[in-house]
Design a protein around this ligand. Structure first.
Ligand SMILES: [Zn+2]
Length: 397
């Protein structure tokens, strides 16, 4: 089986290299926009659509007219055309599903920040020399903070603010099967604590960037006071973008460390299936009795929604990292519906909404058993996961 993995590293280009990368971003943006125009024009003129392969064929003529666009290799230009092709594929797919998708857009300089090399030409990963070679740009210093594994297949170079990163997509990544530990764990997604484990650990949401989130809220408020078009406003927008990246990177780091620890420690990891849980917890729409077809506010406040989406994003990152690390380590991950897991007593199995006294305290109305609410839920999730595995091994599901 071919295992794919993406490794992301910080690049440290010289001033000259950074300028060359920025110039190449501009050339590729021009190519992207020209190719988009070609697709739109052909459609309007003759109701034909141009394929990715068709657009790639026109690249050969570019060598004489615009050699600088091809200076980092034809693989980079193909990567740019592939991106446009994916944008169109997504557009058609959403349209087919009956959504109202936005048509692929022309990219401004702010919205075009990555270079993708589609195959293995025009670049070379030189891990031993701590360099990345890019055709037409040179050998860029790289911080390979962890070893690359497998065979590098494609790369993406991305600009984020003043920083540059490379993502290396590898195939044939060898599995690293870990020895069994004989331990199993259930994880509950809490609101105050991001994760509660059935072994009694509470991992605080603070580590998922809530401190930066507070700074972010302040920065957003400050933005509202800036005059449109002013330098102050532009600087504030940059500050906000920087904080967003900081929150995302804190979340990613925590998720990496936590998933590694869990996969090392446990043979079986049971998680709640967020897709199912979300269906259950969506607030019901409240019809307005005074006007037909209208709805009243149903208490699903915008702020709560935002908090939840940030929270869910953290959880989704953790869940996906857990899945791929577990697969590579030979561990089992089971997802279960979290329905009733917060109302069910971990001791006697009594289910009652009144069991949950407060956000944090669980007290069973049946047997009087008392516990931290999230830990109680995590134990129920582990039990549900074990039951599911037992059914699966009986062949009943
Ligand atoms: Zn009980």
């Amino acid at each position: 089986m071919t295992r794919c993995r993406t490794f992301r590293y910080r690049l440290h280009p010289t001033v000259r290299q950074a300028l060359a990368l920025s110039a190449q971003l501009n050339y590729q943006r021009e190519l992207y926009n020209a190719a988009l125009e070609e697709r739109v024009g052909t459609w309007k003129w003759s109701h034909r659509s141009i394929s990715y392969v068709g657009q790639c064929r026109t690249l050969t003529g570019l060598g004489d007219l615009r050699p600088e666009v091809l200076s980092s290799g034809v693989a980079l230009c193909r990567g740019t055309l592939k991106r446009l092709d994916r944008a169109f594929a997504a557009f058609y797919r959403r349209e087919k599903n009956g959504d109202t998708p936005g048509f692929p857009r022309f990219k401004s300089a702010q919205r075009f920040d990555s270079l993708q090399w589609e195959d293995r030409s025009g670049w070379k990963v030189k891990e031993a020399d701590r360099r990345l070679y890019l055709l037409g740009i040179g050998e860029i210093k790289v911080n390979y903070h962890r070893a690359l594994r497998g065979v590098p297949k494609a790369i993406t170079v991305k600009r984020e603010g003043a920083k540059w990163w490379v993502s290396v997509r590898c195939v044939d990544v060898p599995a690293e099967v870990l020895e069994a530990t004989g331990r199993e764990v259930g994880l509950d997604l809490g609101v105050a604590n991001l994760v509660a484990t059935s072994d009694g650990d509470l991992i605080l949401g603070e580590h998922f960037g809530s401190r930066s989130r507070a700074q972010l809220a302040d920065a957003q408020r400050a933005l509202a006071t800036k005059r449109p078009g002013s330098n102050g406003r532009r600087r504030q927008v940059e500050t906000i973008a920087h904080l967003h990246r900081k929150v995302a990177s804190q979340r990613r780091n925590t998720a990496h460390q936590l998933s590694r620890r869990l996969v090392n420690d446990y043979d079986l990891i049971v998680l709640e299936d967020l897709a199912i849980t979300n269906m259950v917890r969506t607030p019901r729409a409240k019809a307005d009795p005074d006007s037909v077809g209208a709805f009243l506010p149903n208490g699903a406040a915008a702020k709560a929604g935002l908090n939840r989406s940030i929270h869910d994003a953290g959880w989704a990152t953790l869940a996906s990292l857990l899945s791929y690390k577990a697969e590579s380590a030979g561990r089992t991950v089971v997802r279960v519906s979290a329905h009733h897991t917060s109302q069910r007593c971990g001791e006697c199995g009594h289910v009652d909404a009144g069991n949950r006294v407060t956000q944090a305290v669980f007290r069973c109305l049946g047997c009087g058993h008392e516990d931290h609410a999230d830990l109680n839920a995590a134990r129920n999730i582990l039990r549900a996961g074990r039951a599911r595995l037992a059914l699966a091994s009986d062949g009943r599901i």
